[in-house]
Design a protein around this ligand. Structure first.
Ligand SMILES: [Zn+2]
Ligand SMILES: [Zn+2]
Length: 381
């Protein structure tokens, strides 16, 4: 395929390994951003820096046509690598465990290919965003006017996927990644001697009962066809065996592929916890925090991305049996602002079996030319 000859794989792999050796946390990707900006400049792209702090945007025009955005993420994870690769992280406790080093490299490879081939009409906007891992760099870029300054008609994103074999891809219309919210509920009662429970208003009982009662929101109130989880992951109360504590708290996460279910679960947590507290003569203080929204692929744009995958990788590359994940992705904020689509690109082979966010994970360099072929086909369309 032409793209393989246009892009220099040896240099790209060296770049990917360099980024891997030097991981940076969200909003601190100064070295990575500088490398991106330098390379885009060398290739003749118009470069804008400083969006959401370390974000970088490159634009290239070729005659009349639509303005299309393509986004990659640049940040690493605060975890220790155990991949055993020669290019392992040189910073303790910091690791490109999600493959964003690969994503950044792919978008620079696309920049190189498009600058050389000019195989597109209109304007391509390459978006290198900071802080995808939980900090919402995508949201900050949108809030700072990304799409006012770069008026993209559509925006596309991608992620490597170790659960899919190399050369396969998943992109479908509709909800494709989950929303991700967190909650903490504090139950305030009255403490007492453990031998005199009638003088207490027992927050331990209320906290424990609420942890169980919350599951009824999923089991009895959520459409069984909707993907939704409510996980209580923390339960805290008390300090010793003979004191009933004055308060207790529980916390956890809500994830769903359905925006209406998300609203109902948020309201339901308040109702159930207040109800349980009231039954136990205690009080519930609810702190519900909204994180990433549901990632929804636009039907038309998903169709364009599917066509690009088929053109680049062949008719059997699309895996339509792959179930949507309840993982979250901050590209969802960009898809709230503009129509677009997000594609999962398979990266699994015999040397790359670890899931993302696993200490043994490493991005598969063989995905670089595959991803460039898909994105180049997208740009041509
Ligand atoms: Zn990740
Ligand atoms: Zn990721």
């Amino acid at each position: 395929m032409a793209t393989d000859s246009v892009v220099d794989m040896d240099r790209l792999v060296a770049l990917r390994h360099d980024l891997h050796r030097h991981p940076e946390l969200g909003f601190e990707e100064t070295r990575t951003a500088a490398r991106v900006a330098d390379r885009l400049g060398e290739l003749g792209w118009k470069v804008t820096t400083g969006l959401a702090g370390t974000g970088v945007v490159g634009t290239l025009s070729n005659g009349d046509g639509p303005t299309i955005g393509v986004r990659a993420d640049m940040d690493a994870l605060p975890m220790t690598e155990a991949s055993g690769r020669a290019w392992s992280s040189q910073t303790d406790g910091l690791f490109h465990g999600c493959g964003h080093d690969g994503h950044t490299t792919i978008l620079l490879a696309l920049a190189e290919h498009l600058a050389a081939s000019r195989a597109f009409s209109g304007t391509i906007v390459l978006i290198f965003q900071p802080a995808e891992e939980g900090l919402g760099g995508g949201r900050v870029m949108v809030e700072e006017g990304l799409f006012d300054r770069f008026e993209c008609e559509a925006v596309y994103g991608f992620h490597n996927m170790p659960l899919l074999p190399l050369g396969r891809a998943v992109v479908k219309a509709g909800p494709s990644m989950a929303s991700q919210d967190t909650f903490k509920v504090t139950f305030e009662g009255k403490g007492s001697h453990a031998a005199m429970p009638h003088l207490a208003r027992d927050a331990v009982l209320a906290t424990a009962e609420a942890a169980c009662a919350l599951q009824g929101l999923i089991a009895r109130e959520t459409d069984p066809h909707v993907g939704a989880v409510l996980s209580v992951t923390e339960l805290h109360a008390g300090t010793t065996h003979n004191v009933i504590p004055a308060d207790g708290w529980l916390g956890g996460t809500v994830r769903t592929l359905d925006t209406a279910a998300r609203e109902a679960l948020e309201a339901g947590i308040g109702r159930v916890c207040s109800g349980v507290a009231s039954a136990r003569n205690a009080e519930a203080k609810i702190d519900y925090r909204r994180g990433f929204p549901v990632l929804v692929n636009d039907a038309h744009c998903a169709g364009i991305m599917r066509q690009a995958v088929v053109e680049a990788l062949g008719g059997d590359a699309l895996d339509d049996d792959f179930k949507p994940l309840l993982a979250a992705e901050d590209f969802a904020y960009m898809l709230e602002a503009r129509p677009g689509a997000y594609v999962l690109l398979g990266q699994r082979d015999e040397d790359h079996t670890a899931m993302v966010h696993n200490p043994g994970y490493d991005f598969n360099d063989r995905l670089i030319p595959i991803a460039v072929r898909v994105l180049a086909a997208l740009a041509r369309q």
